[in-house]
Write a protein that binds this ligand. Structure first.
Ligand code: PLP
Length: 427
């Protein structure tokens, strides 16, 4: 496979950006080798600057649920752009998207749009602290909630890929207010509440973890977390930046029957443009400025092009679209499991809806510790063999692969055929 142009650009980029990239996992540090510079994308495929074509399972880390360059999303963005790209004043498209969100997720009684998932989660934490008058928060080991100070503690995703336990630059005084517990372990969370219950403002979690690779919540775990929050007067924040509008039209909360106090969104809600949102209980959101005293603001928040992109994409996500995603994703997961079994490579394929990870492990993977124990060297070999055969997976064991409604049976068949070769090479 030709990679000369990607290599040349990476050399230039290394002189311009830290590690040659504008977000860490893009650098292929978890798997080695040269990251591919992408020239263009369409539907379920991306093409790099050397002309290599891949079936894309990164999908910009999740947002492209209807595929790249969907004509209806492009038309909506172009229409909005013709009317002006940003006003810094209220505009009708904000209402259209918000009404659609609330129609599908009635527990989001009021919301605010921001421009990234990080802004959504850090704002939600501030709101929870302001509302409860408490300073501590709880997160789970391996859950990633963006790059904001209070949440960069035992974070997954790039932090895990690079082997950084936490980040220098986050003041110890901030980090000490972030308590942690293992994911899927209610008794451990109970202990945290017993010790510090009166000072805990909120528990935040990824309802299905994507940022440690996919970890599936055990039956009763999510509701158990909510019950503990209620008992101790803490808010339950479900971070749906990855799962929102991906796992179902009601996100993970819809899938698991949760009624959280606050929810955060990103990725799919902007269909590839920079959007995030946080929202939830009316009485909590009414404490946000200017309705209340808890300050939060953004120059580009509610940007009309981003609102138009999100609205067009969500409209396309009908129940039939979710059914299609489920069928394709199940076929891919089954095909990957069968290919691994044929090559006698022990793997665990964790999947919920259109999020999945192939873990190189003999044993079930259900929390950060069991994910860390996986064979990342084997994952690296598998990743590169898949890339050579035209499947672009996330370049880290600790990330989720995604499917879109643009993926086809043919894409899945091509990927499973590639996996047969890749598992044999990684064996
Ligand atoms: N929360 C979750 C669950 C995420 O997966 C991410 C990003 O991957 C974020 C928050 C942060 O979103 P952003 O990268 O848009 O700031």
């Amino acid at each position: 496979m030709k990679t000369e142009l990607s290599q040349k650009l990476f050399e230039k980029a290394n002189d311009l950006f830290p590690g040659g990239v504008n977000s860490p996992v893009r650098a292929f540090k978890g798997v080695g080798g040269t990251p591919r510079f992408i020239a263009r994308a369409k539907g379920s495929h991306i093409v790099d600057v050397d002309g290599n074509d891949y079936v894309d399972y990164v999908l910009s880390w999740g947002p492209m649920i209807v595929g790249h360059c969907h004509p209806e999303v492009m038309r909506a963005v172009q229409d909005a752009m013709k009317e002006g790209s940003s006003f810094g004043a209220p505009s009708p498209r904000e209402i259209l998207l918000a009404e659609l969100v609330r129609e599908r997720m009635p527990w989001v009684e009021k919301m605010r749009f921001v421009s990234s998932g990080t802004e959504a989660t850090t704002s939600a934490i501030r709101v929870a602290r302001g509302f409860t008058g408490r300073d501590d928060i709880v997160k789970f080991d391996g859950c990633y909630h963006g790059a904001g100070d209070p949440l960069l503690v035992k974070a997954g995703s790039g932090v895990e890929t690079l082997g950084l336990p936490d980040s220098p630059g986050v003041p110890a005084d901030v980090a000490r207010h972030t308590l942690t517990a293992p994911y899927n372990d209610l008794p451990a969370l109970e202990k945290v509440f017993e010790a510090k219950g009166a000072s805990i403002a909120a528990v935040i979690l990824e309802p299905v973890v994507g940022n440690m690779g996919v970890l599936v919540p055990r039956p009763g775990f999510l509701q158990g977390v909510h019950d503990l929050c209620k008992k101790h007067g803490a808010l339950f924040i479900v971070d749906e930046v990855m799962t929102g509008f991906r796992l179902s039209s009601g996100g993970a909360c819809g899938l698991y029957g949760l009624r959280p106090d606050l929810v955060t969104f990103g990725k799919v809600i902007g269909a590839g443009l920079p959007v995030g949102a946080f929202g939830g209980r009316r009485d909590v959101m009414d404490r946000v400025a200017p309705a209340g005293p808890i300050y939060q603001a953004g120059t580009l928040s509610g940007n009309p092009m981003a609102m138009a992109a999100g609205h067009a994409a969500l409209k396309l996500m009908t129940e039939a679209a979710y059914r299609k995603l489920e069928t394709l994703s199940a076929a891919l997961a089954d095909g990957l499991s069968a290919a691994a079994a044929e090559a006698k490579v022990p793997v665990q394929v964790n999947r919920v809806g259109s999020m999945l990870t192939v873990f190189f492990s003999h044993k079930p993977v259900f929390d950060a510790a069991t994910a860390r124990a996986c064979n990342t060297r084997r994952f690296g070999a598998f990743f590169h063999a898949m890339l050579e055969h035209g499947a672009y997976l996330p370049p880290s064991q600790f990330e989720a692969a995604f499917l879109s409604t643009a993926h086809t049976d043919d894409d899945v068949a091509r990927t499973v055929a590639a996996a047969r070769v890749a598992f044999a090479e990684a064996a």
